[in-house]
Design a protein around this ligand. Sequence first.
Ligand SMILES: O=c1[nH]c(=O)c2ncn([C@@H]3O[C@H](COP(=O)(O)OP(=O)(O)OP(=O)(O)O)[C@@H](O)[C@H]3O)c2[nH]1
Ligand SMILES: [Mg+2]
Length: 197
Amino acid sequence: MKEIIIATKNKGKVKEFEALLAPLGYLVQSLLDYPDSIDVEETGTTFEENAILKAEAISTHYQRMTIADDSGLAIDYLDGKPGIFSARYAGLAKDDQANINKVLEDLTGVDELESRSARFICALALSIPGGKTKTVEGTCEGYIAMKQQGENGFGYDPIFIVKNLNKTMATLSKEEKNRISHRAEALEKLIDIIDQS
Ligand SMILES: O=c1[nH]c(=O)c2ncn([C@@H]3O[C@H](COP(=O)(O)OP(=O)(O)OP(=O)(O)O)[C@@H](O)[C@H]3O)c2[nH]1
Ligand SMILES: [Mg+2]
């Protein structure tokens, strides 16, 4: 069994990585399995920089192959915000509902769906002890809904309308989300790199 650590404490991400990697024969662990793990500060200025910081710190600490995910929502009308600050947009508490409320408030009066365009971005970094860190990125295009809908997923999923599907990410089953998400796209690219190395 190939073992891999996902350098995250986000339960929503962990579930998605497990669903995507287990069928490929990976035994997935995360920082939820290591509650006393080191804290890595996200001091980078891009998703990619933050993913590298998290992946390298954890792979060095545990001497194991590690993937880190830094991701978020970029809204065109807000010049790319909340961006790398997506998890803490409404404050340090990382409260998904408070973050959703803040985005909906920020877009008050923006009534055309076309003007509410946005994308999810996911940067993944793969760090293998003694090796050179590799990075990839995936995106998922869509629009910010006028109100939230759906219970599935996590984060901003209830207000993110997936382009072409015309429904929010939180109304998709986990299999559907894992076919079209920014995370799935990035992970597909990363698996190709792992297979070649
Ligand atoms: O609706 C969503 N569907 C997604 O698929 C998704 N992916 C990311 N996000 C948002 O972006 C933040 C990441 O910030 P982030 O990469 O720093 O992660 P995090 O702080 O939650 O955990 P960690 O991995 O750093 O431990 C998250 O908290 C979410 O708010 C998403 N929202
Ligand atoms: Mg984080």
